[in-house]
Design a protein around this ligand. Structure first.
Ligand code: HAM
Length: 424
């Protein structure tokens, strides 16, 4: 039988990758909590409508990328392709619309049937923050501030540029859409096949097309800022003033429209050129209309999500797993004593291994390899005399101590309380 393979676009998180992911999740949750975003979690699947309307029936995510299925009860369910719609659904279903604002942090796997490549998976992980219940542009600034601090504490901020745009309110966008469609219709046959389809369904998405033929045409297209209403302009100005005052650098990107339909006003992405074509490590924006699309009241909201795998590609760091102590069993007859000693050390909080290779020399070698700083060597003679051999792996020093002293010796050693490790 051929060895089994993982499903295309999925990846096992082996200890190295998992350790990197833990570093990212820990940093994200620490930074998020400084801004008052509280950790929460939604189910991995939802009724399909939770995503279809808010994200847009014609958005790539809904039209081509969802993992949707009927369950045994006949309900149409979808594996979550992102977290924002689920978080908003959860806020409404948990009756929190009267206690706003609410600020949530979340992280976990997301699912999109995309063409896999470096930085693009079918099961990937996001961390995200959602600030729900405020129309104030300072909430946008808070969210962007949090994203900036997270990337900077992770050590990847320097490789990224913050791209910022305003999509305006519904009125701004309706006017702009009409003007854009009128312009692009002149070049209909020259647009890429995808963009020809988008011309009717979702013309704004053509702006971030990567196809060369589209980019050539888009160069001369009308720009969104010219269509912003006074109110939309004011929102954007207040946001950018706040970012400028706080020293957060940004770049206006009038082609930035984001791939999901629920956005209005602010849209932003942190983009790096260190990852090739999948350079957006973090994206977000304002989504004031989303609550109503899910049957909730009208409310302002803004947030971001970052791709954990993409961030992992940017950071080198990962924590190598190391042990503290090895229990080296010399004679098989005393194996149970060695096991009992190891258990006792673990109960006291020491990461302890019993090297399972033949011969004492090889066991000690293994102990060094896995990072043990101490080895307790136990054989027939030691058991007879209620003693144990201690070896300090870094210096090679070795001596005998009473078996009853093992825990206190290890405790002192790891607290580094002894002047010299053998002077008590
Ligand atoms: P998004 O731009 O679709 O936004 O995804 C956010 C981030 O998830 C991307 O910037 C990217 O780093 C990562 N990502 C997306 N798709 C993949 C993939 N197939 N493989 C690996 N990483 C991927 C959202 O999901 C919105 N919910 C963000 C948001 C929160 N807006 C407001 N609040």
């Amino acid at each position: 039988m051929k060895p089994m393979q993982p499903v295309r676009g999925t990846a096992d998180l082996m200890p190295r990758q998992k350790s990197q992911m833990n570093i990212i999740l820990q940093k994200a949750s620490t930074v998020a909590s400084r801004y008052g975003f509280q950790d929460m979690e939604t189910p991995i699947f939802e009724f399909s409508e939770v995503f279809s309307r808010p994200l847009g029936e014609s958005s790539d995510v809904v039209a081509k990328e969802t993992y949707s299925f009927q369950d045994r009860g006949g309900s149409s369910l979808t594996l979550r392709p992102e977290g924002t719609a689920s978080v908003m659904r959860a806020l409404i279903s948990n009756g929190l619309t009267q206690s706003l604002p609410q600020k949530f942090y979340y992280g976990g796997p997301m699912f999109r049937y995309e063409r896999p490549q470096k930085g693009r998976m079918r099961q990937f992980h996001q961390i995200g923050c959602e600030y729900i219940g405020s129309f104030n542009p300072l909430a946008d600034a808070e969210v962007i501030g949090c994203a900036t601090q997270f990337l900077s504490e992770l050590g990847v901020f320097d490789t990224c540029i913050l791209h910022l745009n305003s999509l305006g309110d519904a009125e701004s966008r309706d006017d702009y859409r009409a003007s854009l469609v009128a312009f692009l219709s002149n070049y209909k046959n020259e647009l890429s096949i995808d963009s020809q389809r988008r011309l009717n369904e979702n013309p704004l998405r053509i702006l971030d097309s990567k196809a060369d033929e589209d980019r050539e045409i888009i160069k001369d297209a009308p720009r969104l800022p010219a269509f912003l209403t006074t109110q939309a302009k004011h929102h954007f100005e207040q946001l950018t003033n706040a970012l400028d005052k706080a020293g957060i650098n940004w770049q206006l990107d009038t082609n930035l429209v984001r791939g999901l339909d629920y956005y209005s006003h602010t849209a932003f992405e942190f983009i790096t050129d260190a990852l090739g074509s999948q350079g957006t490590v973090l994206g977000g924006g304002r989504y004031d209309g989303l609550s109503a699309m899910l049957g909730g009241p009208d409310m302002g909201a803004v947030g971001f999500a970052a791709g954990v795998e993409r961030l992992a590609l940017l950071i080198e760091k990962n924590e190598e797993f190391t042990y503290d102590i090895a229990v080296v069993i010399v004679d098989d007859e005393v194996a149970s004593d060695g096991f009992a000693l190891a258990q006792n050390l673990r109960l006291q909080g020491f990461k302890t291994d019993i090297p399972m290779v033949p011969q004492v020399g090889k066991k000690l070698k293994r102990a060094s390899l896995i990072g043990c700083e101490l080895s307790f060597i136990i054989g027939k003679n030691e058991i007879k005399s209620d003693t144990i051999q201690v070896k300090i792996m870094t210096t090679g020093e070795q001596k005998q101590i009473g078996i009853s002293q093992v825990i206190s010796f290890a405790t002192k050693f790891f607290k580094r309380e002894l002047e010299s490790n053998f002077s008590e």
